[in-house]
Design a protein around this ligand. Sequence first.
Ligand code: ADE
Length: 240
Amino acid sequence: MRIDVLTLFPEMFESPLNHSILKLAKEAGVVDIVLTNIRDSSKDKHKKVDDRPYGGGPGMVMMCQPVFDCFEQVEKLSPDKPRVILLTPQGKPFTQKLATELAGEKRLILIAGHYEGFDERIRTGLNAEQISIGDYVLSGGELAAMVIIDAVVRLLPGALGDGESAEDETFSETASGGSTSLTAGGLEYPQYTRPETFRGLTVPEILLSGHHGEIEKWRRQQSLERTRQSRPDLLKDKQK
Ligand code: ADE
């Protein structure tokens, strides 16, 4: 997969892209992530990229010219047709299901804005879909782009090492929407590792029993209980 990111702050991506799974995935050739600074495309003599909103109001708005020119230059860098995504709090919510869908694409172009938002003609003119990572306002789209890159890349075949699986975890579902994991689309069950006793705190007996059927049942119950406690909305969603 190729991911292009259009941003005013490419340096913000350096650390997250150069550690852990993302670093390994890049090194393994599973993903190619290319950062392009929108400001470099500004035709203004002061390299301006934002301006005041027509009709008044607070803050500044990202201008069309630098974003359109940057996009057109980046789009040409690969023959694959990209899925174009604008990071905004007005977008559709980013979920594991959407991450799985995006992981099936050959190419993504993520556009991270700053200030109060984008000139609306950027969305319409570039035929971009808007995605939000949650109901809160970040100071820019960069952190949202990083969240999406992380969630998508770890799903790509070959991104996780042999011993790891992205399937049996909280929120994982099949592409058809049906759940296959032990967690059944809910929150993951509690996990333990050695030692058996730490500061007097013990591992539940059942996990040491070797009874795989019973362990699976216990995990299912724990998963359901946790989901009921912390995210009852997920159980309601399943009943729809
Ligand atoms: N930019 C600012 N806030 C955002 C959010 N919640 N999701 C995506 N992009 C954003």
